[in-house]
Design a protein around this ligand. Sequence first.
Ligand code: GLN
Length: 494
Amino acid sequence: MVDTTLTSLGLVEARDALDKKEISAVELTDAYITAMEKGRGLNTYITETTDLAREGAKRADENLAKGEGKPLEGLPLGIKDLYCTEGVLTTAASHILDGYKPHYESTVSANLWRDGAVMLGKLNLDEFAMGSSNETSFYGTAINPWRRNGDDTPLVAGGSSGGSSAAVAAGLCAAATGTDTGGSIRQPAALTGIVGMKPSYGRCSRWGIVAFASSLDQAGPMTRSVADAALMLRSMAGHDPMDSTSVDIEVPDYTAEVGGSVKGLRVGIPKEYRVDGMPAEVDALWQQGIDWLKDAGAEIVEISLPHTQYALPAYYIVAPAEASSNLARYDGVRYGLREDGKDLIEMYQNTRAAGFGDEVKRRVLIGTYVLSAGYYDAYYRKAQQVRTLIGQDFDTAFESVDTILAPTTPTGAFGVGEKADDPVSMYLNDVFTVPANLAGLPAISVPAGLDSQGLPLGLQLIGKHFDEATLFRAASAIESAAGFTAKPTVWWEG
Ligand code: GLN
């Protein structure tokens, strides 16, 4: 039986109950372990680390008994299987990393354990985080716990952090880590009715996180509330000498921002985000968000981000280019899969042919092509120039506004298989999320309502560099106005 009184608690609530000794960390972890067993049909975990979790919970109870509870003491988390975890299988959802157990821990996960959190397991994702639906995972698709009204079709939980989003939404962990290269925290959060925060590039260390596109990748929290995201990011963030792009600036107390006033906050509405073919209900929800912030005292300002239409094409050049070079290291020599061949070159070829899935191969091909002599100037250099212009659009906009409000995704969750054969329609999922990655800006998705089929939709706030604090304040204003309490269809009641 799943004790949903325990698995319904968010991080902040659970931490409070632990402090007051109303619950124990062992009880809380055990409730999640039972939920994970019942929820295996959703395919959210690639690896369950229940023994580690129980040990961690026991240690947490000892610390709490001594009055030495740290900020996340005893809170059970799922970790996207892109983060290296010492001695624990780390797959990036790729066949090529078969059997790979890292000898080190990623900085971000190490920060979470330093602050007392407990690891339940490693969560499913698109292979090497390439995708928007988790369907490119070697381990199969993670399933969204939500269903359309009166329709039992299995839906995707978004991607690439689809295991994380489905697990958080279905109560199979209290919160999870994600990574966001072009939307992989925010889009799956929106499609499952949870909060997803992509911090500024440089806020969290990338050390020990399997690289996809190094100039875009960022780690971030996926949680059931804005307050939980604020609590978790504070632990995840911080300077790390092991990542030369991690920034040495103070990490504010984000929790203090939650529930803060947005009176006088200038909120920009980018006219270029009203894309053709956007469903009327997404537009209506955006308008609703504008009204909520206005009612809370914010000032709404129409802005222009003129190069928005070029963001997606530029992203789908820059990201594959970086991926093709990052993925060159998987050659069967040092770790993971090895397929023998008559010589070294054939061994490389056989290993990579067997180890990578179709989407990864597509990206390696595109990336290698756009970086090749003769095409570099036409594609890669152009994309980099567009990227600069997109960054400048935001710089200009942020002269007159403090944050930008937009939808997170153009649609709600779609059915498993519905877009799998159409890469371009899959890539369109990222139309509203990619610009923040190209510019390195922080952005958060908050569940704001349901579509006509009863599926969650999210609103996104984009902020100035390293101004996550304002995002938490504005996001919590939307969260309280939206009063989103709907629960997914698949939810274990006892
Ligand atoms: N869907 C995007 C892609 O496939 C974003 C992925 C991500 O953010 N990791 O590249």
